[in-house]
Design a protein around this ligand. Structure first.
Ligand SMILES: Cc1cc2nc3c(=O)[nH]c(=O)nc-3n(C[C@H](O)[C@H](O)[C@H](O)COP(=O)(O)OP(=O)(O)OC[C@H]3O[C@@H](n4cnc5c(N)ncnc54)[C@H](O)[C@@H]3O)c2cc1C
Length: 417
């Protein structure tokens, strides 16, 4: 939850000097305003109320319940632990930010829920105003923004925290490489390029949820009230919705930091790698545990381990990549934030030889090699202004046919910031 801003009276002040600043200072971000960035978007009308309460009613506790009145005033009940519920009441008038009393929550619940419900024992009563906004840039020089400082939206779907955490995850490893001098600062541009589309998607989805949840248009209401419950009964759709709202679905587009491949099945390049069991030496652990070290991880099938480890092509990258065996059919290079950078192929292609002056062995590693160049570009290139351009050179050598399309897509995303 957003915390109150520190007041001038209580906040301790000290001066520090830092090479980089990550502004994670919430919706009212001072860092954003010091940068002079605009926070484009719009407010939603009226204030919303929130109450964490006990409920006495006859509905299931293992499901969220949303009630939509014909006049467009909804009430949403989310189950929490210990028989508690979070009750959200959008469009509850204007009250100058004054927190509601339990009696008001009871009255609104009576008005908006179509069945008897008694609220009691509140642990949190709040009022807030919703906005849909995003900052005009994620980075300005050595200052970066993350979380609510760079995007805000309604709590529909409860996605604000995950979006901010994933911003931090995406930014953290890049900032670590750049701040320690192991990568040029151009690597930081990929942060906004990758994260902005995710945040824009969240803004679109949360806006759509509010619009359809509060429509008073009779035809739209009818469609919503028939279609949504029908779709909601499908397990496939439930699974898809859960993946989208939990952000497990987030995939970064191919580019210098994620090499596209033609392989089938998930996870593909850019997608999130699940937390599989992995092993190195005698150590058995999980991939997500290993990724906490903040380094790239190459997961190889156990049968390929010896070949990969003895492959001289791997040597230049060993300082930057940890190698583990795991239940994968092909080698998979995983970024420190858990997204796939590249997958190997079972069959080798002659053009992979262009990256090496020695014959490619049938280990599957060679297909990962171009992406490893990208890792090296991201982690070691100092002579060039742009890690991206170094990585793209490797990418072009590896995949001449696709280079032009990928480069054009990358460029349009980068310039679309
Ligand atoms: C009512 C409500 C319900 C929500 N429900 C959900 C939900 O169910 N699920 C979900 O995922 N998200 C939810 N969200 C959104 C979620 O709370 C935010 O997206 C998330 O807290 C953003 O995290 P943040 O770290 O970017 O910003 P914040 O949580 O706002 O943290 C910013 C921090 O910066 C500090 N700060 C600010 N200015 C300064 C300064 N000048 N100097 C020093 N420190 C400063 C603040 O004190 C604070 O600690 C909800 C939001 C609201 C308003």
């Amino acid at each position: 939850m957003p915390s109150p801003r520190p007041s001038g009276a209580t906040a301790a002040r000290s001066r520090i000097t830092a090479e980089y600043v990550a502004g994670c200072d919430g919706a009212h971000s001072r860092v954003r305003s010091e940068l002079g960035l605009t926070f484009r978007g719009h407010p939603y009308p009226q204030e919303w109320l929130l109450a964490d309460v006990l409920l006495d009613w006859d509905l299931r506790e293992d499901a969220a319940h949303a009630f939509f009145r014909p006049d467009g005033l909804p009430a949403i009940f989310f189950p929490m632990r210990g028989h508690r519920w979070r009750l959200t009441l959008p469009f509850a008038g204007s009250r100058d930010g004054q927190a509601p009393r339990l009696e008001e929550i009871q009255r609104l619940a009576d008005e908006r829920a179509p069945r008897p419900v008694t609220v009691s024992d509140p642990t949190w009563l709040a009022t807030f105003r919703c906005h849909r906004r995003s900052a005009s840039a994620y980075r300005r020089g050595r200052v970066l923004l993350a979380g609510d400082a760079v995007h805000i939206h309604t709590p529909a779907g409860g996605q604000g925290m995950n979006t901010g955490i994933m911003d931090a995850h995406n930014l953290g490893w890049k900032l670590a490489l750049v701040a320690s001098g192991r990568a040029p600062s151009a690597l930081l541009d990929s942060y906004g390029t990758e994260r902005r589309p995710v945040a824009e998607d969240v803004l679109r989805l949360t806006h759509a949820l509010v619009r359809y949840g509060s429509t008073s248009h009779p035809v739209k209401r009818l469609a919503r009230d028939i279609v949504v419950p029908a779709l909601g009964r499908s397990t496939a759709i439930q699974r898809r919705a859960a993946r989208r709202i939990s952000h497990v679905y987030v995939a970064y587009p191919p580019g210098p930091l994620g090499r596209q491949d033609r392989g089938r099945g998930a996870p593909g390049a850019g997608q999130r790698m699940p937390d599989i069991q992995v092993r190195a030496g005698g150590l058995a652990t999980t991939l997500h545990g290993v990724l906490r070290q903040g380094r790239h991880v190459l997961v190889v099938p156990p049968a390929h381990e010896a070949n990969v480890l003895s492959d001289s092509a791997l040597r230049p990258f060993r300082a930057h990549v940890d190698v583990f065996t795991g239940g994968v059919r092909k080698p998979v290079l995983v970024r420190p934030d858990g997204h796939v950078a590249a997958r190997g192929r079972a069959r080798q292609h002659a053009r992979d030889n262009r990256l090496s002056d020695r014959p490619v062995r049938r280990t599957g590693w060679s297909a990962v090699r171009p992406a490893a160049y990208a890792v090296r570009a991201a982690s070691t290139a100092r002579t060039t202004d742009s890690a991206a351009s170094t990585a793209m050179t490797a990418f072009r050598h590896a995949m001449p046919g696709r280079y032009r399309r990928a480069a054009a897509a990358w460029k349009s995303r980068a310039t679309g910031l």
